[in-house]
Design a protein around this ligand. Sequence first.
Ligand code: SAM
Length: 255
Amino acid sequence: MIFEVLTIFPELIECYTKYGVIGKAIEKGLAKVKIYNLRDYTSDKHKKVDDYPYGGGAGMVMQIEPFYNALKEIKKDGKPRKVILLSPKGIMFTQETAKSFLTEGKGIVLICGRYEGIDERIKFFIEEEISIGDYVLSGGELPALVIIDSIIRLIPGALGDEISAKEDSFMKGFLDYPHYTRPEEFESMRVPEILLSGNHKEIAVWRKREALKATFQKRPELLKNLSPEDMKILKELCSEINKKIMEEAYEPVNH
Ligand code: SAM
């Protein structure tokens, strides 16, 4: 999978993509990240890529020309690509979007804005406008890296143990189950006994239940199209939670 990033800060992208899962996937040839420094695509002799906004107002606006020139060069090979503008005004990026981009299999071009954003005419050169959340960052580099990272994790072979991507939060419509490692006991807090039992069938049941519980408590809106088995677990969980609430509410007060 090829990612092409248009930015004025190539070092930010270079640095992150050298390390961890992403760095290894690139080393293995499973993904490629090409970076285009927008300053190489301006005709301004001082390599300027921004200018004052028409109509006045605060801040600077990125000019269209460097983006246009860089995109023209990138597209010369005629390969299919999806050109994405990173913007807080875009459609929200989710795990589902990451999965669908990977399945589409096209190269992905990520356009990073800075300052007040990019000259609006950029809209004629993009396929999608994507946001990573309802907040404003100083530039599109972090959003580009979020997209690159979340997609590369899904490429078969990118993770040491492929199961871990399949079990990740959102992959099956639930949040992930809790994880524990050594020591068995820390400051009187013990690892749940079931995880030490060696009974893999029971452990799988416990994990499913805990994943459903976490999703129900933290992100109930994710619980859709549940299987009859999941519904049964959820009903049990609800009655346990209700029982606990009632017990706490009617706890006798010791005077
Ligand atoms: N004035 C713009 C607005 O209010 O919508 C914000 C511009 S922001 C300071 C500069 C650049 O950061 C944007 O052009 C975009 O590329 C990127 N950016 C900031 N927040 C983002 C977000 N939540 N998702 C995706 N990109 C974002």
